[in-house]
Design a protein around this ligand. Structure first.
Ligand code: NAP
Length: 234
């Protein structure tokens, strides 16, 4: 399986990359990012599976990047402006990075695999509070002044799922909605009402789902804890 990891330098993607390198079902990994991806020294002989591809324009991929993305079987997309960085990025850029880059990615990957019989599996990492309509806005988003941001992330979920629905079977997509992701050994943050998942567990769940196929089109934090726990126990 050829896997593309979008945003390969990030917190979640770095662990996904580590686990994907170890997984024999994944034979080729394109680490797509605006910077070079770093690989753990434990990668050993699996290091040859990885190609780090730097992209300067995520709305118009140059031909050199498109060549690397050809015939991908799956993608785990993690690029977004996270709530913590929201105050440092203008709103227009936040929409472009968090929404338009993801939509361009699913479309581009789809068009770059004309002869594939199996559908492209595109997994989009969203967040626990990302309402898909105004009726679903939880009080926590209002309390933290994150209504527009939450609705933006919910809009991306809808766009990614509807792209697959309208693809006549060429694409399967899945949205995952983690709460707070805890890194081993790091101090735990707590936000009332927001569940937690451990970084190794979510990474294991993401890798498992692109390999085995999506259980359903939306995976909650509880689903990620359950799937990741099962995979790591195996
Ligand atoms: N961390 C959590 O606790 C948590 C919880 C729930 C949901 N999530 C979601 O999980 C996903 C990944 O989160 P994360 O914590 O791994 O975030 P992160 O560490 O900030 O990584 C985000 C990735 O996006 C890239 N990126 C950001 N701005 C970009 C731009 N303008 N152009 C190109 N690439 C850009 C970053 O590149 P650089 O490395 O170059 O900055 C990085 O590779 C996000 O959708 C986030 O909302 C995270």
């Amino acid at each position: 399986m050829k896997l593309v990891i979008g945003g390969s330098t990030g917190f979640v993607a770095t662990e996904v990359l580590t686990q994907a390198l170890k997984n024999p079902a994944i034979t080729s990994i394109v680490a797509l990012g605006r910077r070079e991806a770093t690989m753990s020294t434990a990668a050993g002989s699996n290091a040859g599976k990885l190609k780090s591809v730097i992209c300067k324009d995520f709305e118009n991929y140059p031909d050199s990047v498109k060549t690397e993305l050809e015939n991908a079987d799956a993608c785990i997309w993690t690029i977004a402006v996270t709530p913590r960085k929201l105050s440092t990025v203008p709103w227009e850029a936040t929409c472009k990075i968090s929404r338009d880059y993801a939509v361009t990615a699913i479309k581009t990957l789809d068009t770059l695999r004309p002869a594939q019989e199996q559908p492209l599996r595109f997994l989009y990492v969203s967040g626990h509070f990302a309402p898909r309509s105004r009726a679903e806005i939880p009080p926590a988003l209002e309390n933290h002044g994150l209504v527009d941001y939450g609705l933006l992330r919910g809009e991306v979920e809808t766009l990614i799922l509807s792209y697959a629905e309208q693809s006549h079977g060429r694409v399967e997509s899945c949205v995952v909605k983690p709460g707070l992701i805890d890194a081993p050994g790091a101090e735990k943050r707590d936000i009332p009402g927001v569940p937690h998942v451990d970084l190794p567990d979510i990474a294991a769940a993401l890798v498992d789902q692109v390999i085995r196929g999506f259980e359903k089109d939306t995976l909650s934090n509880d689903d990620l804890v359950r799937i990741g726990g099962r995979v790591l126990a195996e």
